[in-house]
Design a protein around this ligand. Structure first.
Ligand SMILES: [Zn+2]
Length: 140
């Protein structure tokens, strides 16, 4: 039995040589497929079953692919979307946390969010964007 397991392990290692393997996107795909499988329990062999199957096939294709550049491109596209979404939530969380002590102002030139200590009400303040050095006025 132990010898058989060692042989199987060796065969898997040689089979996976040069193949892409797993990354963040494959983990998300497995999770999404699992969710669609759970949803398909309500209506077996319905729409959700086919989506889950398609996601699993895509996941297997990615895992066993030898086109590393293509798979990394997909992963980068996924991470770009993920970071955009998580970045917006992180900003909202920070805005809520700092609501009594700071204000957030968007630079009209480069659209960067700038965090400033809360100025007194009814004042005009000059703000210089740290990213593009654009100066603009803000009424508080
Ligand atoms: Zn700017």
């Amino acid at each position: 039995m132990r010898r058989w397991l060692e042989d199987l392990s060796y065969k898997m290692q040689t089979f996976m040589q040069g193949r892409y393997g797993r990354d963040e996107l494959t983990r998300v795909l497995i999770g999404a497929a699992f969710v669609f499988l759970i949803l398909s329990l309500f209506r077996p062999l319905g729409f959700f079953s086919y989506i889950a199957l398609a996601i699993l096939i895509w996941d297997l294709f990615r895992t066993f692919s030898k086109n590393h550049a293509g798979r990394q491109k997909e992963r980068d596209a996924y991470l770009k979307i993920k970071n955009t979404v998580t970045g917006k939530f992180r900003l909202l969380k920070g805005m809520w946390r700092d609501r009594n002590t700071h204000i957030y102002v968007k630079c009209p030139n480069c659209r960067t969010m700038i965090r400033l200590a809360k100025p007194p009400k009814g004042k005009h303040i000059m703000i210089t964007c740290p990213k593009c050095r654009n100066s603009f006025e803000k009424h508080t």
